[in-house]
Design a protein around this ligand. Structure first.
Ligand SMILES: Nc1ncnc2c1ncn2[C@@H]1O[C@H](COP(=O)(O)OP(=O)(O)OP(=O)(O)O)[C@@H](O)[C@H]1O
Ligand SMILES: CC(C)(CO)[C@@H](O)C(=O)NCCC(=O)O
Ligand SMILES: [K+]
Length: 253
């Protein structure tokens, strides 16, 4: 291995619910992990030069992208940090306020698989982001993520309970409160997402379709339980944003 390919660096995606970390040696993503916001142990304002992430020193080059401005500030003070902005993303037609996580995931999907691609990011929010073969952003959608849909029902009502994300789809026609919430949210969600996928595949039949984000594997499982006809065209990849950051890093910003 030559020096270039073994060069170590860290990628940090600051998401809405937590921080997503990637440790690279050159182009190889060796490790990923998540931490909470405001984690004292890794707060660079408290431990400027010697903060350890597992056994990794934060003196490594750090490439940061963020959708949470208040958290971005913490990391900008750390030495050896590069902040990725929308202007750094080599995709056409991105609108000014699109989330950098969406742009990076779409770039990562195209880089790792191919363009055209449709990314479905099941995080705090659930987003769809479509890019054509010329690397042009076509459009997308934003809706509340899975957990958020359940949480909003329970926090805004007196009688509806707080329930964990279920493993099973269950019966569409439910006979108790919990199952009715599960059915209502999940069947509506998967049929809605299917209409987006079907429409996208009609326009871009050779597109890659990639699920990512904290709930991606569970979402894929729901599609499987529902015997989705395009299941074999769906890929689950939790590291799309890291492939996007790697692709930017190659450009040496
Ligand atoms: N330990 C965890 N902490 C928070 N969410 C988790 C955890 N494990 C699984 N999840 C699931 O991941 C989802 C959040 O996804 P993700 O971590 O991709 O979101 P995020 O940090 O807000 O990033 P983004 O800004 O991309 O949405 C939640 O809906 C939750 O169900
Ligand atoms: C939609 C989220 C919250 C998903 O993480 C993020 O991408 C974001 O803050 N986006 C800005 C709005 C937009 O993408 O149009
Ligand atoms: K907000």
């Amino acid at each position: 291995m030559n020096r270039e390919t073994s060069k170590e660096w860290l990628a940090l995606m600051i998401g809405n619910s937590r921080l997503h970390w990637g440790y690279f040696q050159g182009e190889i993503l060796q490790n990923t992990w998540n931490t909470t916001h405001h984690d004292q142990l890794i707060d660079p304002l408290i431990l400027p030069n010697h903060c350890l992430l597992g056994n990794l020193s934060l003196t490594l080059p750090l490439i940061v992208a963020s959708v949470v401005p208040s958290q971005t500030k913490l990391w900008q003070n750390y030495q050896n940090t590069v902040l990725i902005n929308l202007e750094d993303i080599p995709l056409n037609n991105l609108y000014q306020t699109i989330g950098i996580d969406r742009a990076l995931a779409a770039l990562g999907a195209g880089d790792k698989y191919h363009f055209p691609c449709l990314v479905i990011d099941a995080g705090t929010a659930l987003t769809l982001t479509g890019i054509d073969s010329d690397r042009t952003f076509i459009g997308g959608a934003i809706l509340p993520g899975l957990k958020l849909q359940f949480n909003s029902l329970s926090t805004k009502t007196a009688a509806l309970p707080n329930i964990d994300l279920p493993k099973k789809l269950g019966d569409r026609w439910a006979g108790n409160t919990e199952n009715a919430m599960i059915s209502g949210i999940l069947y509506t969600l998967i049929s809605g997402i299917k209409t987006f996928i079907n429409d996208w595949l009609y326009k871009y039949p050779d597109s890659e379709i990639v699920l990512t984000g904290g709930d991606a594997a569970q979402l894929y499982d729901y599609f499987q339980q529902d015997n989705y006809e395009h299941l074999e065209e769906l890929t689950v990849d939790h590291n799309l944003i890291f492939w996007g950051i790697r692709s930017i890093n190659r450009l040496d910003i």
